[in-house]
Design a protein around this ligand. Structure first.
Ligand code: FAD
Length: 454
């Protein structure tokens, strides 16, 4: 990329914001184009509809964001985001039983609106960044012969009759999420459509905010009641957030979608593998109606396989690979991919090289989420490879070990949080711990915290 005067980022959610942050280190001017308008307050917005549901950020992702924008965490803490010990502050029923409450890691719990607001607040204060909202990108422009992307076409949102305008750029980054139209944009420049893989566990979310009852102190701060596939398909999370409230997100795989009416929602919660979440919310004051979300399939666009990938164009975040959200990994993958964008520019690599790195950044999350999704008979997608069943059988043992052994718990959290690849669970030391933990008895509901740090 000979010129580095102007980069355009399309989409102002986390993948786009973090990309813009990285590009400011390499371009004289960066422009962020977003279809929505950004709220001034830490609230959700229509373009990030998933933001009304439970979002978590594991230690690794938290570290990546703090490295890029060091003031974000302080801004969130100042707004009252709880900083919990994981799993010490949780009652966590895993697919393999209750997890003992080791003091292994930390987890900041927050509304998605707060995280995005804190990122925007710090990023938008930087010079050389232009932010345009209410603007919808409709396509790309190319050089003669279309070898290189030279900019974007866009128009004011909601007015299809208005003429399209053009904005030139030396690099365009697509961060428009699952609904990205980049395949069509590339096809207009004569590129083949990417191969796509979809693995859909037919998962639906329904979420609601509750006021945390005053004086509530049952010895835990958050609840995580996981499904037990293939038969027990429901998961429930009750997490504290800023503003003295809980977010309750119920989800069901295999088409067992949670309802959104009052009674149905509570009944669904009662059907989780343990009634503790139902008991907590049944008399709590709801602060919002129940909202649902079903666009949750694992969806990968194999851009890395397009040999004629044009220079000057990159795709990142959910627009390339979106995961079953239940493992909370999309933001960490977006942050790791944004760092790869910086590496591409530092090392003078091609955007095709970048797409291969994006695939790599999401490989662990893809393996974890699709491996779990394939435990359900209803999951739609390509046939289950035989090795998935073998891996899943070992993962069952590793989950049980993590429930009773602090070192195994640390190993598991490192993998779930993407600090280490899933293969690290197969390293000799982890394997030995998994085998040794088989003799340890499972635990009953662990009401007390254990101060066995790693
Ligand atoms: C229910 C649910 C729960 C989740 N929970 C977690 C979690 O706990 N932890 C976690 O790490 N991840 C979670 N995720 C994933 C996470 O939400 C995404 O990975 C994250 O938002 C990054 O996505 P993105 O920025 O690539 O795209 P998105 O967040 O989808 O944003 C796309 C942006 O592009 C804009 N846009 C779209 N088209 C255009 C256009 N043509 N022109 C201009 N702008 C456009 C949109 O308005 C939007 O702002 C969850 C996802 C879901 C669905």
């Amino acid at each position: 990329m000979p010129r580095r005067e102007h980069a355009v980022v399309v989409g102002g959610s986390l993948a786009g914001l973090l990309s813009a942050r990285v590009l400011l280190d390499h371009f004289e001017q960066v422009t962020l184009l977003e279809r929505d308008t950004f709220p001034d307050e830490p609230v959700s917005r229509p373009g990030v509809a998933q933001g009304r549901h439970l979002h978590v950020l594991w230690d690794h992702g938290r570290g990546l964001i703090n490295g890029l924008l060091p003031g974000v965490e302080a801004a969130m803490l100042a707004q009252g985001a709880p900083d919990l010990r994981l799993p010490a502050d949780f009652l966590w029923l895993t697919s393999g039983g209750w997890r003992r409450r080791f003091d292994t890691a930390r987890m900041l719990t927050f509304s998605r609106g707060l995280l995005d607001w804190a990122v925007r607040k710090e990023l938008f204060a930087r010079p050389r960044l232009a932010v345009r909202t209410g603007v919808e990108v409709t396509g790309l422009t190319g050089s003669s012969g279309d070898e290189t992307v030279t900019g974007v076409r866009y128009r004011e949102r909601g007015d299809a009759s208005r003429t399209e305008e053009r904005m030139p750029a030396d690099l365009v980054v697509d961060a428009t999420g699952r609904g990205s139209h980049a395949p069509e944009w590339l096809a207009e420049l004569g590129r083949p459509l990417p191969r796509e893989t979809k693995i859909d566990p037919l998962l639906g979310y329904a979420s609601r905010y509750y006021a945390i009852p005053s004086g509530f102190d049952p010895g835990w701060k958050a609840l995580y009641i996981q499904a037990g596939p293939p038969r027990a398909r429901r998961t429930g999370g009750l997490f504290p957030q800023e503003g003295g409230r809980w977010i309750c997100s119920l989800s069901g795989a295999g088409g067992d979608y949670p309802p959104t009416d009052e009674e149905g929602y509570l009944e669904y919660a009662r059907g989780l593998r343990d009634p503790v979440l139902y008991e907590a919310i049944k008399d709590a004051e709801p602060l919002t109606p129940v909202v649902s979300f079903r666009r949750t399939a694992g969806h990968r666009r194999h851009y890395e396989r397009i040999r004629s990938w044009p220079e000057g164009f990159a795709a990142i975040g959910d627009s390339v690979c979106a995961f079953n959200p239940i493992y909370g990994q999309g933001i960490t993958v977006a942050a790791a991919s944004a760092l790869e964008l910086g590496r591409m520019l530092r090392e003078d690599r091609t955007t095709r090289w970048f797409q291969k790195r994006v695939k790599r950044a999401g490989a662990g999350a893809w393996l974890i989420s699709t491996g779990e999704d394939r435990r359900y008979a209803e999951t739609q997608g390509p046939p289950v490879p035989p090795h998935t069943r073998v891996i899943n059988a070992y993962v069952d043992l590793a989950v049980r070990a993590a429930n009773v052994d602090p070192e195994s718990c640390a190993d598991m959290l490192d993998v779930l949080g993407l600090a280490k690849p899933p293969t690290s669970l197969f390293r000799p030391a982890s394997l030995a711990r998994v085998i040794a933990a088989r003799t340890k008895p499972p635990v009953d509901r662990p009401w007390s915290t254990e101060h066995a740090s790693r």
